[in-house]
Write a protein that binds this ligand. Structure first.
Ligand SMILES: *Cc1c(COP(=O)(O)O)cnc(C)c1O
Length: 386
């Protein structure tokens, strides 16, 4: 089976992890800060905070922005459940902004309309979480223009998008947001097995995120509330968690990071090849805006919803590891019991009905790519005929 996404592990990665195993620190050592610095520098942002998953990162980002009971958080339905669940961890309520089916990303004009209604009803969200679907940045300038005057904070879910660019600057530079969250799950662009990282320009947010990642504890003498009792002394200032990244994970991430630009370039080459091959086929590919350089975490085709299942199954039978991203979050049973219904977000639902993710990762050989293309063209032709 040609996997839709897969990690690429080199001998250098293995050596880096083994070196940590032989060192003094398996956790809370020097490599996590090195990894944080490398990603922060890459993203041209002063602060990077590594965590054990993007899900943990989204949770901490909400907490650091004071999301709590009585608050509303908006995200999109076309995402992994974690983008919405993070608000619920904090006791807040979630609502969704529909997507533009052409890009898979948050629809800015839908956002504008929904903000107007919410302003009148007094139900504005505290935080908006746009998701850079498939690695293509949302139109952050347009989003910020709408949300900033209303005091709405922004967390970018960039789980797909490390190495991507928007307006000729790296995704994660937080120029239109408070916090950006990356994921290093093995299917993503670079991996730490499990892992995530937050970037921010705000020193206070960075400090809060660091504290919350490690039980809400600080040892910083300048910040103690009670008398410093000795070298062993620490204080808990907030109810935090253990969301730390290990040294092993950071060593893997740091080693992978060296190949980030190459990975993204290869992903773009494969995507361009798919675009060319599918240009006359009865299917749609996602539109990537001019100001966006996608990291191409995913390559999605949209076929006639009537034949989606048949095309999907045919591709799987031919060894093409297709997948679907995403079942709209509001259709999940756990969201239906909160009061969401089928039909609530027609953009995401319509997109989902025809969507198939085809394999795209740097390990795909030329022959793999040819096989994916040939099988897709054959399957849509076969099932398209009545
Ligand atoms: C993968 C992913 C997450 C969760 O990442 P983890 O690191 O697995 O917790 C969150 N949001 C989106 C959009 C994702 O694709």
């Amino acid at each position: 089976m040609i996997a839709y996404g897969r990690q690429d592990i080199t001998q250098a990665d293995i050596d880096a992890v083994v070196a940590v195993l032989k060192s003094d620190f398996l956790t809370q050592g020097p490599v996590v800060p090195q990894f944080e610095q490398a990603i922060a520098d890459y993203c041209q942002v002063p602060f990077g905070i590594a965590v054990h998953s993007a899900t943990a990162g989204l949770h901490l980002a909400c907490l650091a922005l004071d999301v709590g009971p009585g608050d509303l958080v908006w995200t999109v339905p076309n995402t992994f459940v974690a983008s919405a669940n993070c608000a619920r961890y904090c006791g807040a309520k979630v609502d969704f902004v529909d997507i533009d089916p052409a890009t898979g990303n948050l629809c800015v004009s839908t956002l504008a309309g929904k903000l107007n209604e919410a302003k009148q009803a007094g139900t504005l969200p505290k935080v908006l979480i746009p998701v850079h679907f498939g690695g293509a940045s949302c139109d952050m300038a347009a989003i910020a223009k709408l949300t900033q005057p209303l005091g709405i904070r922004i967390i970018e879910d960039a789980s797909h998008a490390i190495g991507g660019r928007y307006q000729d600057a790296p995704v994660g530079d937080c120029r239109y947001s408070d916090i950006t969250v990356f994921s290093f799950h093995p299917v993503k662009i670079i991996t730490t097995a499990e892992g995530g990282l937050l970037t921010t320009r705000d020193a206070q947010l960075a400090e809060r995120l660091r504290d919350l990642r490690s039980h809400g504890i600080t040892r910083d003498a300048s910040r103690l509330q009670f008398a410093h009792e000795g070298p062993w002394y620490y204080e808990q200032h907030a109810l935090g968690f253990n969301y730390r990244m290990t040294e092993l994970q950071a060593a893997l991430g740091l080693s992978q990071f060296e190949r980030l630009d190459q990975y993204v370039a290869t992903r773009n080459e494969i995507a361009a090849r798919y675009e060319d091959a599918f240009v006359d086929a009865p299917l749609l590919t996602l539109f990537v805006e001019n100001e966006v350089y996608s990291s191409y975490h995913l390559f999605v085709i949209q076929v006639d919803p009537d034949i989606r299942r048949a095309v999907f199954e045919t591709l799987r039978e031919h060894g093409i590891g297709v997948n679907v991203h995403y079942i709209p979050v509001h259709l999940q049973p756990d969201y239906q019991q909160l009061g969401f219904h089928a039909g609530d977000f027609p953009g995401a639902e319509g997109y989902y009905a025809g969507a198939i993710t085809v394999p795209l990762h740097p390990g795909l050989s030329d022959a793999d790519q040819q096989q994916v293309i040939a099988c897709v063209l054959e399957a849509v032709a076969q099932h398209g005929k009545v």
